[in-house]
Design a protein around this ligand. Structure first.
Ligand SMILES: [Zn+2]
Length: 237
């Protein structure tokens, strides 16, 4: 069998050193690696490379998944999703994030009505102030798609649930308030819901879940956004 282009692994790729992220050329070329080049000759040093993202993965995980066969692109992305989800679950446990009770979540939202109403009525809050600053600087004139507004580990599923609830509960009120409130009017009431109310509600829930201060809850909210994307993606319907 002739040597295949895909047998070449770019030099420096996969040496385990995390040099930095965002090098897309490496990620795409490693996506072409054949399965054969992924397994080192000697067994037992534990690591293999994800054929899609190039991350070091448990060799057994890859072997079990591939069943010794070469993975096409569809299966490579599926494997990648699987190993990332698996490591996300491990992080989830080590960080002691809670299991979300989705069926009772809306009733938890309702307990924070007073707090949310205060913010709508102009009381200072961390995320209202942040949005106000952005409006003042003329930043984010249109809501940037790439900005991750998920309420931390609640993920896109939590984001959508909160938006639905907040729109139902407050959108009429927000439209009226916008007449005299520059922060609500600045990017519109939908943006106010997404950038301020979802985040404030998320912080309240995280404070309850994790028994932490508001500052710590905001830190957790930021830190757990990527894991929320993986574990509570929006394809659960
Ligand atoms: Zn991967």
């Amino acid at each position: 069998m002739p040597a295949q282009l895909s047998d070449f692994v770019p030099p420096g790729n996969g040496n385990g050193d995390d040099i930095g992220d965002g090098d897309l050329s490496d990620a795409s070329s490693s996506g072409l690696s054949s399965l054969g080049s992924l397994f080192p000759d000697k067994e037992g040093d534990g690591g293999a490379q994800c054929p899609w993202c190039g991350a070091t993965v448990d060799m057994k995980l890859l072997k079990d998944f591939s069943n010794g066969k070469r993975l096409n692109v569809r299966l490579q992305t599926k494997f990648c999703e699987e190993h990332r989800k698996k490591s996300a679950m491990a992080t989830w446990e080590s960080k002691a994030y809670p299991e979300v009770e989705w069926s009772t979540l809306e009733s938890r939202f309702k307990k924070h009505q007073t707090h949310l109403l205060d913010i709508i009525n102009g009381e200072e809050s961390f995320y209202r102030t942040r949005l106000a600053a952005k409006i003042e600087q003329g930043q984010g004139r249109s809501m940037k798609k790439e900005e991750n507004l998920n309420p931390g580990y609640y993920g896109p599923r939590g984001f959508n649930m909160m938006c639905d609830y907040l729109v139902k509960e407050y959108s009429d009120m927000l439209k009226k308030k916008a007449v005299h409130d520059k922060v609500i009017a600045g990017r519109g009431s939908a943006a106010f819901i997404q950038a301020v109310l979802v985040a404030e509600l998320g912080v309240q829930l995280i404070m309850e879940d994790m028994l932490v201060s508001p500052e710590e809850a905001r830190h957790i909210l930021e830190e757990s956004k990527p894991i929320g994307d993986l574990v509570h993606a929006d394809n659960w319907l």
